[in-house]
Ligand binder design. Structure first.
Ligand code: ZN
Length: 191
């Protein structure tokens, strides 16, 4: 396995639209090896997710996994999920405010609105159909990762730039209020 270099904000690759992956390309040894490296890189960086475009490979593949994540201790666990060519649609009108961060945007967090419930379709890494309803913070994580595939970063969606904060100042001034608000939401949504 190889740890891949994570592109940082300002690198043009993060602003590209990633291209679709064909079934043949997905099944290839190269792509399967790349997916293993993507997962390894995400875990090494303690990310909740990582899009292929963030490691300089502009294809529509994202990895998501939350397992008692130290960066996001309030996030419900998500088993390792590889999603290829995802299509995401909101279910209902409900939105929620999430404090997001990104491995490509060092030491910055900000409040972003996300759909509370979504329907996600696409492919699993073995080429089978992925078709799931996702709710709550888990739905937010998938929206963040899928945004990357269209060259969108979370800061583009921050409505109030005054919510931007470093991680240290988040812990100091914003974390408690956010946790108090988000934990009941996670409970209500079951995700
Ligand atoms: Zn990100």
């Amino acid at each position: 396995m190889t740890l891949l270099k994570i592109a940082q904000i300002g690198h043009p690759v993060l602003r590209q639209r990633a291209r679709e992956v064909s079934q043949d390309e997905l099944a290839s040894r190269e792509t399967q090896q790349f997916i293993d490296d993507l997962v390894e890189t995400m875990r090494d960086a303690n990310g909740a997710g990582l899009a292929a475009i963030q490691v300089h490979n502009p294809v529509r593949i994202v990895a998501v996994e939350v397992h008692d994540n130290p960066r996001y201790p309030y996030k419900p666990n998500i088993p390792l999920t590889i999603l290829v060519n995802p299509v995401l649609e909101p279910l209902g009108e409900e939105r929620f405010e999430n404090y997001e961060g990104c491995l490509s945007v060092p030491n910055l967090r900000g409040v972003v609105e996300r759909w509370a419930e979504i329907h996600v379709t696409g492919l699993n890494r073995d080429g089978s159909v992925f078709d799931r309803m996702l709710r709550g913070l888990t739905a937010g994580t998938f929206q963040h990762e899928c945004d990357h595939l269209d060259g969108v970063l979370f800061i583009d969606r921050v409505k109030d730039p005054r919510t931007l904060t470093t991680w240290a100042e988040f812990d100091r001034y914003h974390k408690q209020a956010f946790v108090d608000r988000i934990v009941p939401f996670v409970k209500k949504m079951g995700g």
